[in-house]
Design a protein around this ligand. Structure first.
Ligand code: PEP
Ligand code: MG
Length: 542
């Protein structure tokens, strides 16, 4: 048995045989040509064919996985129409008198290098797309067929170095039980596609996938990220049992989709999902989340080499706002600091970062960065039902100062005639003991509270959440935490605002009934936990 370990990006367990996806045959030979005009014509014909392929892929994707995911193919189609790209190919053909395949390859290299060196994360991601469209044209020019899965094949585990979204989509998914790639990121479109198709996937093995594995039996655990080639009988038995249990759970939970999140005595609870990027939106929708209760916006900063621009942020927030339609999307302003260190913020080293410059403290110190984010969130509010949430609050003064920056951002947008929602609501996270103790005062300043039990536990119980050695002391059932939550709910309700939980404790099946008795109004949990929480709520009384 050979074991590989990677990043699990799409849950599930897939049994089958290894099928190595080989991009071979695409080696481009440089050839001199006699007639540049003829060669440009040949390029134009290939480009037209590529456009037609992308159109049909767009419709296929819309049918199979939905409009939002299909957008990638209309982006590719637009890229094929790019004047600079086409001029570059035609110039290379005409000036160097070489074949179209080589001209496309050279152009792809120049453009993808240019994109990957750009500061904007959205543009960086376009580098892979240029390569994808160029490969398509080269394949058409050289008369290569895409590597198709044979008729008699079934239960295949696709092993590839990396997979472009179009490659994934072109495959007959009824024959595929899992995807495994040695490269790729969890935000890559292939990972997103695998999740939306509910096919288990493991990426980033960071190991070469040898041809000798082709055809061997294998099993992929998309929960742990472990891939077993030629698994032992014990592994097969263990994973068969795990799959049986998980499938049963999934079936039971699927029955809860579109059912109301309501207690036995008829109290309706808001059930939202926590996400870290627009890539998690599919999972939230798939699991029937009634909104986004926590969009951890700092991931946008963590994935970027420099401060993400207002436009980049706006696009990400807008995608989520639009994707959720009229459902609430709570965007938490960046929670940088503590364990989420970013070099370009230039923050000095600290003895005790969890107690140092973090979240709202940085925002109020660096108002320019804060205002850029607020402008982006406000602009996105014109495209859906968006709310702002401030993390790590310890005083009323912080809320007042944050409100000043929000007002400034609003005034600027008004003056520039940029649309946003004037009624955008503002909430705070209750995740420090100070915020708990003065929650009666804070409640008068905001529209909602969301209790961040992850941080509240660390600060309340004096246990660094990053320190494994004290993990055993973080007891979520500790009376101090439970009483704090009760107090916050009471104070929130006295001021007429709703109170939720967005920390991990919100998905604790043992605690949910107790929170409901306390009067909790909302749970925001990982997308995969949404239906479990609904199940517990529907069996409980408030
Ligand atoms: C929390 O602290 O409970 C929370 C939800 O925020 P984060 O885990 O991102 O700190
Ligand atoms: Mg927190």
């Amino acid at each position: 048995m050979i074991t590989f370990s990677g990043k699990p990006v799409s849950a599930g367990i897939g049994f089958g045989k290894v099928w190595i996806y080989d991009k071979g045959g695409m080696a481009v030979k440089r050839r001199h040509i006699a007639d540049a005009e003829e060669e440009i014509k040949r390029y134009e014909q290939a480009r037209a064919l590529a456009t037609a392929e992308l159109e049909s892929l767009y419709y296929k994707a819309t049918r199979e996985i939905g409009e939002a995911e299909a957008q990638i193919f209309s982006i590719h189609k637009m890229m094929l129409e790019d004047i600079d790209y086409n001029e570059s190919v035609e110039n290379i053909i005409a000036k160097q008198m070489i074949n179209a395949e080589t001209a496309v390859l050279q152009t792809a290299e120049t453009f993808s290098k240019m994109f990957s060196e750009m500061e904007d994360a959205y543009m960086q991601a376009r580098a892979a797309d240029v390569v994808d469209i160029s490969d398509r044209i080269i394949r058409i020019l050289s008369g290569e067929a895409t590597q198709n899965i044979g008729d008699g094949e079934k239960n295949l585990i696709i092993f590839a170095e990396d997979l472009a979204p179009s490659e994934t989509l072109q495959m007959d998914k009824t024959k595929i039980t899992a995807f495994v790639t040695s490269r790729g990121s969890s935000a890559s479109h292939t990972a997103i596609l695998a999740r939306s198709l509910s096919i288990p996937a493991v990426i980033g093995l960071h190991r070469e996938i040898g041809k000798e594995l082709d055809g061997k039996p294998a099993v992929v655990d998309g929960y742990t990220g472990v891939v077993y080639v030629e698994p032992t009988r014990e592994v097969i038995e263990e994973l068969t049992e795990k799959k049986r249990k998980k499938d049963m759970q999934k079936e039971l939970l699927a029955e809860l989709k579109s059912k109301p999140t309501e207690t036995l005595d008829g109290r309706k609870i808001r059930l939202y999902a926590n996400i870290g990027s627009s890539g998690d939106l599919g999972a939230a929708v798939l699991n029937d989340a009634e909104g986004i209760g926590l969009f951890r916006s700092e991931f946008l900063y963590l994935e970027s080499k420099d401060f993400p621009s207002e436009d980049v942020q706006f696009e990400a927030y807008k995608t989520v706002a639009e994707g959720m339609g009229d459902k609430l999307v709570i965007i938490r302003t960046m929670d940088i600091g503590a364990d989420k260190k970013i070099d370009y913020f230039g923050l000095p080293e600290e003895e005790n970062p969890a107690m140092g410059m973090r979240a709202i403290r940085i925002c109020l110190d660096r108002r320019d960065i804060f205002k850029t984010q607020l402008r982006a969130i406000l602009r996105a509010s014109a495209f859906g039902n968006v709310a702002i949430m401030l993390p790590m609050i310890v005083s009323r003064d912080e809320i007042i100062r944050a409100k000043e920056v929000i007002s400034e951002a609003k005034e600027e947008l008004l003056a520039a005639n940029i649309p946003f929602s004037q009624e955008i609501s503002l909430g705070i996270m209750i995740e420090t003991p100070a915020a708990v103790m003065i929650s009666d005062i804070l409640a008068k300043e905001v529209d909602f509270f969301s209790i961040g039990t992850n941080d509240l536990s660390q600060y309340m119980l004096a246990c660094d959440r990053q320190n494994e050695k004290v993990a055993e002391f973080i007891d979520p059932h500790h009376e101090a935490i439970l009483r704090s939550i009760e107090m916050v709910i009471e104070n929130g309700h006295k001021a007429g605002i709703w109170v939720g939980i967005c920390g991990e404790m919100g998905a604790d099946e043992m605690l949910i009934p107790r929170f409901l008795k306390m009067g909790i109004d909302e749970f925001s949990v990982a997308p995969s936990q949404v239906l479990t929480v609904r199940k517990v709520v529907r069996k409980s009384r408030s």
